[in-house]
Design a protein around this ligand. Structure first.
Ligand code: VGL
Ligand code: ZN
Length: 213
């Protein structure tokens, strides 16, 4: 059973959004093309949604003196200081308008606890709590995950790494993902790390061919 995992395809990560990922909007058409294969090689679809309270500790605005894009700490863990983004209930937290959300079977919200950030779709950054995604996928007998989204160097990478350690076979779709690149090269470095950990790196064109599209 093959599941497609769409990571944080939300307005705030698109150009014009609060935490705009360069060319983040280019991922949506790729996601939609793969969603078109639902029932034909893709059995199940999960979308993750970054969903923070206004007072989330990852926001620079909630850390007096902290500057956006610098390192700080949050409840004992290193933490990037982000601009306010994906505030629960705001338009920025909504899924991209062009995304074929009707094909999504399950939405996994994350980052709701103000004391800890949650990049991975499986666990928070301290691995204190699970989101329920692993159980859901195992219950539905998914063994192979196709993962793409925003951003390559944060939520996508951590999701891929946890998926591998949960025992899933993982394919990362390069053209369906874009990086924040706070430091030049972060996206490329993340791809190397995912590959070294055992993920297959592919393009949507090659994947569609493999699915017989
Ligand atoms: C993300 C930074 C903060 C992501 C979420 O989706 O990659 N990055 N929150
Ligand atoms: Zn976030």
């Amino acid at each position: 059973m093959r599941a497609l995992i769409l990571v944080d395809l939300q307005n705030d990560f698109l150009p014009g959004g609060a935490l705009a990922v360069p060319k983040g909007d280019e991922t949506i058409a790729v996601a939609n093309r793969l969603l078109g294969q639902k029932g034909r090689g893709i059995d199940l679809v999960v979308a993750t949604q970054d969903f923070h309270p206004k007072d989330h500790g990852s926001f620079a605005s909630n850390n007096p003196g902290a500057k956006v894009g610098t390192m700080g700490s949050l409840a004992g863990l290193e933490q990037v200081m982000w601009p306010d983004h994906c505030v629960a209930g705001s338009a920025g937290a909504d899924f991209a308008g062009a995304l074929a959300i009707n094909k999504v079977d399950r939405v996994i919200k994350k980052g709701m606890d103000k004391q800890i950030d949650s990049y991975s779709a499986f666990y928070d950054n301290g691995k204190r709590k699970a989101t329920g995604l692993a159980e859901f996928l195992k219950e539905r007998k998914a063994d192979e995950l196709i993962i793409l989204g925003l951003a390559t160097d944060y939520c996508v990478k951590f999701t891929v790494m946890d998926a591998l350690s949960e025992g899933f076979k993982v394919t990362f779709v390069e053209d369906g993902s874009r990086a924040v690149n706070l430091n030049a090269g972060d996206g490329d470095k993340a791809i190397k790390e995912m590959k070294a950990a055992g993920a297959t790196i592919t393009t949507s064109a090659d994947l569609l061919k493999k699915l017989g599209a």
